[in-house]
Design a protein around this ligand. Structure first.
Ligand SMILES: [Zn+2]
Ligand SMILES: [Zn+2]
Length: 217
């Protein structure tokens, strides 16, 4: 259940049909295509979101798997996110900027409180940060995720969050999600890190994909 896949509708290299076919081959029954939002130079706009939705609906029927029509928003100043006028079925918010450590936490916290998001993407991904995380602040992030029903993403590409963060999640009844962050077809469903970390640290948590699958009926 890979809830973080990019397509040619942003900076990925695979089309919707190819992704759906690969996901089915790999035994995935639920995936989310979450192209970057309008804060990204190659991101979605209203027109692209409509075209992509039609392709997603067709692929869903053709390949017999559930495909969520999602978006990955960057977390901007003041924790804001932007997206095109469109109903997305899944919203991931992730930080894509190098920032001082206090600003990182300020944005993450504000983002969860002030927006309706489903997943907090790749927290403390090494690619976007050389900061040393601060455990007290990490705990605040984890508590806010729980209070606001936001899933903590276990991102296999970025291998994030780091284990010091994940240790703080142990024993807590929080939501989590699996994401390959695939930008190429070969990466779809590559979830080794996500699965391993869930087993170690999220024994008491709930997998967001299962919740979605169950509420789909
Ligand atoms: Zn990202
Ligand atoms: Zn991504």
């Amino acid at each position: 259940m890979d809830l973080h896949i990019h397509s040619i509708y942003s900076d990925g290299s695979a089309g919707i049909n190819e992704i759906a076919r690969k996901a089915r081959e790999r035994g995935l029954r639920l995936i989310a295509i979450v192209d970057h939002s309008s804060d990204h130079p190659k991101g979605l706009n209203e027109k692209k979101a409509i075209r992509r939705k039609i392709e997603i609906e067709n692929a869903q029927e053709r390949f017999g798997i559930r495909i969520l029509d999602g978006v990955e928003c960057g977390i901007l100043e003041d924790g804001k996110i932007v997206m095109p006028e469109h109903h997305f079925e899944l919203v991931i918010a992730s930080l894509h900027a190098y920032l001082p450590v206090n600003e990182v936490y300020r944005r993450l916290k504000k983002c969860m409180v002030e927006n309706s998001i489903d997943i907090l993407g790749h927290v403390h991904a090494g690619m976007f940060s050389h900061n040393s995380p601060i455990p007290e602040y990490d705990l605040e992030i984890i508590d806010l995720a729980k209070e606001n029903g936001v899933a903590v993403e276990l991102n296999s590409y970025h291998m994030s969050p780091p284990e010091d963060f994940l240790k703080l999640c142990r024993g807590k009844d929080i939501l989590y999600s699996f994401g390959s962050d695939a930008h190429h077809l070969s990466m779809v469903g590559k979830l080794d890190f996500s699965i391993r970390m869930a087993k170690i640290y999220f024994g008491n948590g709930k997998n967001l994909a299962h919740e979605i699958h169950n509420s789909d009926g």
